[in-house]
Design a protein around this ligand. Structure first.
Ligand SMILES: Nc1ncnc2c1ncn2[C@@H]1O[C@H](COP(=O)(O)OP(=O)(O)OP(=O)(O)O)[C@@H](O)[C@H]1O
Ligand SMILES: [Mg+2]
Length: 423
């Protein structure tokens, strides 16, 4: 009971008390020994075909590609489409890592293509320049869209020949649709936060202004990790009205359950309600965590020939997620908790990770009459200072004073999973 009820924290219990797991129930007997005497997880002995199926169903390492497996996001999809098709606006989609931005724009791209848009996409890297990005977008457009003879002789892939040689200008993008056969061009730029050069970002803002002023048949969807539109694109008051800024929220608990329910049905593995409740409480709306634990737990169950996820499968899945977590998370957690010996700090981190948060994973820190609370959890001044000093959280200035979030979006999940195993 302690394990699941603690994990479920302040939420409505998803299982009746009798159904709650004992922590000791979740902890399996020792992992099976491998051939070399080393412990192995069940998935190691899965037949390749089954592994393949599970990896198609649960996709922690890949964005969703089709509507079939994408849970929720209908309101966002409708808003993006309305902005592009009706308002002739551009869209800036931003949010934390792993929240589902690329999955959503995959859907936008597919829907736009089937509505007759010409869609070009590009994912930026830290050193991408304006020219790299624009040429990358043009290369991604099938050459069959080229309406007029190439400006340059036979050069380039896709529709790159529709661009002039030499340094590109915003007006070259505004002119591009006139050299193509389709009605409207949709250009999707992902990972825009990675672009280090501020001048490159500013040139895209200039481009958006120019294509809007000229009424050119080009729309941009710019995607990146950020807390705000301004942080991603820079501050350009003159283009505000041409842009829909869309922060991407976490999924709801019901949607996280749906990932498990639907995935389980497709893989022919059942996630009983208490197991789903635990994963929901660890994921806290983050689709990546649901995909990761769903995959590991299903692989464990399949490896022992079971079609129902058991306690030992979920325990092994959480353990594997913790063992394979980014080593920086482990180092930070060990430093904060003095290698787990600081029980009060462990409680504080757990209290914040499981505490009250909004749909963007932000929590409030306030001091009422000398009593400090973070995410509704009472902590000491010294603890808060240490959490700040070690960079575990950061302020969310765009959300107002007192709003914070975990600096690494995976940290709260890591804290919850560590406590699930050791608490
Ligand atoms: N709506 C959804 N339904 C089911 N799974 C989803 C959904 N959105 C995202 N996922 C899953 O969550 C994980 C992260 O998704 P995605 O790569 O789209 O996020 P992202 O915001 O683009 O991340 P990053 O900032 O790292 O690029 C992937 O495993 C993906 O399959
Ligand atoms: Mg992405």
């Amino acid at each position: 009971m302690a394990f699941v009820s603690r994990l479920l924290g302040r939420r409505e219990p998803l299982a009746t008390p009798g159904q709650h797991l004992q922590q000791s129930e979740l902890r399996p007997s020792l992992p099976r020994a491998g051939r070399a005497g080393r412990p192995t997880f069940g998935s190691a002995s899965l037949p390749p075909a089954k592994q393949q199926t599970l990896r198609e169903v649960f996709t922690p390492t890949r964005p969703q590609r089709s509507a079939r497996r994408l849970v929720g996001r209908q309101p966002e999809l409708i808003r993006i489409f309305r902005a592009i098709a009706v308002d002739r606006a551009h869209v800036v989609l931003y949010g934390e890592r792993g929240r589902g931005k690329t999955s959503l724009v995959n859907l936008v791209a597919a829907a736009a293509r089937s509505s007759g848009y010409m869609v070009g996409r590009f994912a930026c890297s830290f050193d991408s320049t304006f020219d790299d990005i624009v040429r990358g977008l043009a290369c991604d457009l099938p050459a069959s869209f080229l309406a007029v003879p190439a400006i340059t002789d036979g050069a380039g892939e896709g529709c790159e020949a529709g661009l002039p040689i030499g340094k590109l200008q915003p007006r070259d993008i505004a002119a591009l649709p006139g050299r193509l056969t389709g009605r409207h061009l949709l250009l999707i730029i992902d990972e825009f936060d990675r672009v280090e050069d501020p001048a490159t970002r500013t040139r895209f803002a200039d481009t958006i202004k120019l294509v809007s002023d000229r009424g050119a048949a080009v729309s941009f969807v710019i995607v990146g990790v950020s807390d705000s539109l301004e942080e991603l694109l820079g501050r350009h008051p003159s283009i505000q009205r041409n842009i829909l800024g869309m922060p991407l929220p976490l999924l709801t608990d019901a949607e996280i359950e749906e990932i498990l329910g639907e995935g389980g049905r497709e893989a022919n593995i059942e996630f009983p309600r208490p197991m789903r409740a635990v994963i929901v409480s660890l994921a806290r709306g983050m689709p990546y965590i649901a995909q990761l634990l769903g995959l590991h737990a299903a692989a464990e169950a399949a490896a022992r020939g079971a079609t129902v996820i058991g306690n030992q499968d979920l325990y092994a899945a959480i353990k594997r997620a913790v063992d394979e977590a980014d080593p920086r998370l482990t180092v930070l957690y060990e430093r904060l908790t003095k290698r787990g010996r600081d029980a009060a700090m462990r409680d504080a981190l757990y209290g914040i990770a499981a505490g009250e948060q909004d749909k963007f994973a932000r929590f409030v820190v306030n001091d009422q009459g000398g009593v400090l609370r973070a995410a509704g959890f009472r902590i000491s001044q010294a603890q808060w200072e240490q959490i700040l000093e070690l960079g575990a959280v950061r302020p969310c200035l765009s959300a107002g004073p007192g709003a914070y979030t975990f600096a690494d979006p995976m940290l709260p999940h890591y804290v919850l999973m560590r406590e699930a195993l050791e608490g």
